[in-house]
Design a protein around this ligand. Structure first.
Ligand code: HEM
Length: 332
């Protein structure tokens, strides 16, 4: 792995040893960038099945994504696909080809009750961290070619997430600039403000023993739901541009025993502030710790997150025929 991706922790207290192991993703030499583009369909009451079917055929074209995961926004109107590429040029070739452009730019997309959108982050691995509760290929980064997982002792204290981000040793990752809009209306194109911080979490109880699943669903999930709703509904207080609580599904749309939260924060400091101090995350944290201590190393519920900071120019989005309740449109 390139030396620029080594962590140089500044927050870890001297002599601190975490109570439990977590794992982080490591990369093969020369790997510095991953693209995560999220594609969404906003359905305000029409039949989105043909649009979704067509979008899925685009993923199969040359240079399409290496990983595709699907979900439905809980309490919302969006279906979305998380797509990952390890090759940035392949993403750019795919995204600029006629069939993909036509999906967004065809005038037929401008009418009716169906909106379509794309939110793309060019992830610099120097500006990124992952944290897995288990050494399993769960979701997101761990399934990418050229990656493996290793045990990580930068966990169990506030500031560990920042310590896991390599560039944080020399860059405070302060936010700068505004969200920029190059067009508005039925076809909006938007660029995120500098150092926007995006988190995708994962809560997975696929195959968990019934006692673990029942504990998670009765004690942890309700407080997680409250926290995710807070991030969505109180954006000024939370420091978020947008947040979605998502039920993950198979590619055909059948529900899986897995959810994720996709949160767009103004900055890493805003994410930390909510995580370290807000009653909604503290309640999630407490419920999660009880679950971990109850079932120990055999816990069948698996937790994960990936966090990225995007310097100006590394995150852009396009929204076609969408309402103003979608993604970064809420930032305007
Ligand atoms: C069931 C869901 C969740 C559980 C059980 C949970 C629990 C925890 C625990 C136990 C930690 C401390 C872990 C460590 O450092 O080793 C932690 C840290 C963290 N959590 Fe959560 N959490 C959950 C959901 C979320 C969500 C939805 C977000 C954001 C949208 C989030 C953001 C974070 C961040 C950024 C940290 C790292 C803080 C730091 O190191 O400074 N968590 N969480």
């Amino acid at each position: 792995m390139d030396s620029e991706l080594y962590q140089r922790p500044k927050n870890k207290p001297a002599g601190f040893q975490p109570d439990f192991d977590t794992f982080h993703v490591r990369y093969k030499d020369g790997m510095r960038t991953v693209v995560r583009a999220i594609f969404g369909i906003e359905n305000r009451g029409g039949d989105a099945s043909q649009t979704i079917k067509y979008l899925r055929t685009l993923f199969n074209e040359t240079d399409g994504p290496q990983i595709i995961e699907r979900g439905t926004v809980i309490g919302g109107q969006e279906e979305l696909f998380f797509c990952y590429w390890v090759n940035r040029e392949a993403y750019q070739r795919w995204n600029t080809q006629n069939s993909v452009r036509d999906f967004f730019e065809n005038d037929l997309a401008l009418s009716g009750d169906i909106g379509r959108w794309r939110e793309t982050g060019i992830i610099s691995l120097t500006h990124h961290e992952t944290n897995y509760s288990h050494d399993v290929d769960l979701t997101g980064f761990s399934a990418l070619d050229g990656t493996h997982r290793e045990k990580c002792d930068l966990c169990g204290y506030w500031g560990a997430a920042r310590d896991r981000i390599p560039i944080s040793a020399e860059d405070p990752l302060l936010p700068y600039g505004e969200v920029r809009v190059s067009s508005l209306g039925k076809r909006a194109t938007i660029e995120a403000s500098g150092n926007m911080c995006v988190i995708r979490t994962s809560q997975d109880w696929i195959g968990a023993p019934a006692a673990h699943r029942d504990w998670y669903l009765s004690e942890v999930e309700p407080v997680l739901h409250t926290g995710a709703d807070f991030l969505r509904d109180h954006r000024a207080e939370a420091g978020t541009f947008a947040a979605r609580y998502i039920r993950e599904t198979t590619l055909d749309g059948a529900p899986l025993d897995r959810t994720c939260v996709l949160g767009y924060f103004h900055s890493l400091a805003d994410l930390e502030k909510w995580t370290h101090t807000h009653p909604t995350h503290l309640a999630i944290y407490e419920a999660g710790m009880k679950l971990i201590y109850q079932f120990g190393a055999d816990l069948g519920v698996r937790l994960y997150h990936e966090v990225t900071i995007f310097p100006r120019g590394q995150f852009d989005a396009e929204y076609v025929n969408c309402s103003n309740k979608i993604g970064l449109l809420q930032a305007l």
